[in-house]
Design a protein around this ligand. Structure first.
Ligand SMILES: Cc1cc2nc3c(=O)[nH]c(=O)nc-3n(C[C@H](O)[C@H](O)[C@H](O)COP(=O)(O)OP(=O)(O)OC[C@H]3O[C@@H](n4cnc5c(N)ncnc54)[C@H](O)[C@@H]3O)c2cc1C
Length: 415
């Protein structure tokens, strides 16, 4: 493990930093930070995010690892990490491109035709359109291959009927990427096909879901006789599972990095500012004990993250051990938020910004943090990955893998 930048990495960092200083405002060191889960995605915020992405694109800082012909820089993963580390020190609009840039762009570049790459990828890099991921269904989340939305071929189109759910940002996305069943007679994984969908197509009904934290970041999406041209198919008919795996592998990397940010530094600030028994809470031995526990776990996460960075810096690809960051970081973020709410005493129960410390950041993050333990792989699924692929323990029994999909029982037998 090497904690230092190589001379080339240091030079790249200095160049990124200089550009950011010329075009953005550094974060106030006393700022407690934003709670990304409760940020509102109104038209103004979305436009600000689009403007920032276009500015980066025009200056050559967008999608650093993508090939130059598709609007990227042909740079290394390490250069991308360095730019993101520097960018995080500035006060910027929320990143509404995690799904497009982190997951869907790489999927089109891996499986798309030349026409699809030319039509979509460069515009995606510049942030002109936002993309959403239409994978989960009411009865298919962790077990994604159990999905039931059905597309039937009709001439040069496919006709799609079904429902997706938890589709982040679908209400402001122009395009979506969807996996649907095209052959119910084939095995569960074999009968799937992957498509690009224009979200303005007739028959698509997007209904935002109201969340406990007041936001409506994700949606139910209903499809009634939606026609998708066959030219929007990504990969071969029946090969949708393999294409979806590319998206899911990229999702783990894109989401895992964010989940490891647990908010420990801001918790220390809160412990100094809040009071217990007439004294700063940080002087209370029970509080100090909890802080010490969090710090120890935080250090473990930090050095596990460095191990990944070290591998990237040496040109290696991080393996399934990347799941550790989210498996540990997401529950810890929830515990930290709960402790921060507790530290505020009775005021912890209100979300009124004028009465709470840190403008209700902790209350909002406490309400939103359970979602992070579910999105992009639940705690249990991540532990299964660590057990099977890192520790090499015997795999879970998967009894329905080889049955034709239509023969898989779906509930109590009808009388
Ligand atoms: C904030 C957020 C954003 C999201 N954004 C999107 C999006 O943009 N697009 C999209 O398609 N989806 C999205 N999702 C959905 C997400 O991918 C699913 O919620 C997730 O895959 C879990 O599926 P599920 O909700 O159906 O739960 P289920 O899979 O039904 O799981 C229920 C419980 O059973 C456990 N469980 C399931 N299988 C196993 C197993 N084999 N072993 C042990 N335990 C198991 C789970 O861990 C969980 O505790 C989002 C979810 C959240 C919370």
């Amino acid at each position: 493990m090497d904690f230092n930048d190589t001379p080339e990495e240091a030079a790249y960092r200095a160049k990124a930093r200089a550009w950011l200083e010329a075009h953005a405002t550094p974060l106030d060191p006393n700022d407690t930070g934003k709670d990304p889960l409760s940020e509102r995605e109104d038209d103004r915020t979305i436009q600000a995010a689009k403007d920032w992405q276009a500015k980066k694109f025009d200056a050559g800082w967008a999608c650093i690892t993508w090939p130059k012909e598709y609007g990227g820089q042909g740079g290394t993963t390490m250069q991308n990490v360095i730019f993101n580390q520097e960018q995080a020190k500035f006060d910027l609009p929320p990143n509404i491109y995690t799904i497009g840039h982190g997951m869907l762009g790489p999927t089109i570049m891996t499986h798309g035709t030349k026409e699809q790459k030319e039509k979509y990828v460069k515009r995606m890099a510049r942030g002109e359109e936002i993309w959403c991921q239409l994978f989960s269904e009411p009865a298919a989340g962790s077990d994604l291959a159990g999905l039931r939305s059905l597309a039937v071929r009709d001439g040069s189109d496919w006709v799609l009927n079904g429902q997706k759910i938890w589709s982040t940002g679908a209400h402001f996305s122009r395009f979506g990427m969807i996996v649907v069943r095209t052959d119910p007679n084939a095995g569960k994984h074999a009968g799937l096909t992957y498509f690009i969908v224009d979200m303005e197509t007739k028959g698509i009904d997007i209904r935002p879901i109201k969340q406990i934290n007041g936001g409506s970041g994700f949606n139910e999406v209903f499809f009634t006789d939606v026609r998708i041209p066959d030219s929007n198919r990504l990969g071969a008919e029946g090969d949708g599972w393999r294409v979806a795996l590319t998206t899911l592998m990229n999702e783990r990397v894109a989401i895992g990095a964010g989940a490891a940010a647990t908010g420990f530094k801001t918790l220390m600030k809160l412990a100094r500012e809040s009071r217990r028994g007439g004294r700063p809470a940080i002087e209370d031995s029970a509080v100090r004990q909890r802080l010490a526990d969090f710090w120890v776990t935080q250090q473990g996460l930090k050095y596990t993250g460095f191990r990944t960075l070290s591998a990237l810096s040496q040109g290696k690809v991080p393996g399934p051990e990347g799941s550790i960051g989210k498996a540990v970081g997401a529950p810890m973020a929830q515990q930290i938020a709960a402790f921060a709410v507790e530290l505020q005493g009775p005021l912890g129960a209100t979300r009124d910004k004028s009465h709470t410390l840190h403008e209700a950041l902790w209350q909002n993050s406490w309400l939103g943090s359970p979602g992070i333990r579910i999105a992009g792989g639940t705690d249990e699924i991540l532990k299964n990955i660590i057990a099977e692929r890192v520790l090499r323990l015997p795999p879970e029994i998967r009894v329905d893998k080889d049955l034709p999909f239509r023969d898989i029982p779906t509930g109590p037998a009808s009388k």
